[in-house]
Design a protein around this ligand. Structure first.
Ligand SMILES: [Zn+2]
Length: 229
């Protein structure tokens, strides 16, 4: 029996196998492209190295680093990259999620809307600013509401593209809540579109990921109705 045949036999139907392959592809392609050695250097070393590199960039631009206002900028930028705006690259910074027993047996959808999104575009390293609206249907446990914000923040604190950010948040929610029944919509302004290039300040980009029950028209419509209010 060849290898593929063996794998195939572990699944009852071809559809089941194809579903699994599709699910894996989906998860893999939405991971942030990181090198395997991404976390071999500790944060302090990274800050030291980025400070040096940013000093070079400023010097090349002709800025006078002996100026009082500029002299600490390279360290400030390095700390901000590692400890704040790109801290979500490191899985060690993933927020601890506390789940509670759903003792009220609330089994309708829970929607948290207008969660602030501050991310950075991976093509230009300028901000993506917007709102996320998330929903889930409890499978017996509920999450502390602020943890929904923390998961959005954690995924946002990486160089991102909005499509990937949306799916990454949905995947984190599914994992944390142990359910497929999650939905997310992100509406964001990309500074690479508004402050440079085409300089369109009026447009925003909407992305969405609906999973589990939210793929059904009724649930999806109810969620969209809540966030439109
Ligand atoms: Zn961009």
């Amino acid at each position: 029996m060849n290898k593929l045949h063996k794998v195939y036999n572990e699944f009852n139907t071809e559809t089941e196998l194809l579903n699994l392959i599709e699910k894996q592809d989906h998860q893999i392609s939405f991971d942030t492209p990181l090198r395997p050695d991404a976390f071999e250097l500790d944060d302090e070393t990274k800050i030291e190295l980025i400070t040096k590199e940013f000093t070079s960039i400023m010097n090349i631009l002709g800025l006078d680093l002996t100026d009082d206002s500029l002299k600490d900028t390279p360290t400030r930028v390095a700390k901000m990259y590692v400890k704040e705006i790109f801290s979500g690259l490191n899985p060690a910074n993933k927020p601890d999620i506390t789940l509670f027993k759903n003792k009220y047996s609330y089994n309708q959808m829970l929607v948290e809307k207008n969660i602030a999104v501050y991310s950075n575009c991976e093509h230009h390293f300028v901000p993506i600013v917007g709102k996320a609206h998330v929903a889930y249907i409890s499978n017996g446990t509920v999450i502390g509401l602020s943890k929904l914000n923390r998961l959005v923040q954690y995924c946002s604190q990486r160089p991102q593209v909005q499509e990937r950010l949306t799916v990454q948040i949905a995947n984190e929610l599914k994992e944390a809540l142990g359910t497929e029944d999650v939905a997310i919509v992100i509406d964001a302004n990309h500074h690479c579109v508004s402050s440079r290039g085409v300089k369109d300040t009026g447009s925003s980009t909407i992305t969405a990921e609906y999973c589990g029950k939210f793929l059904e028209a009724g649930f999806k419509e109810e969620f969209l109705k809540h966030i439109a209010q």
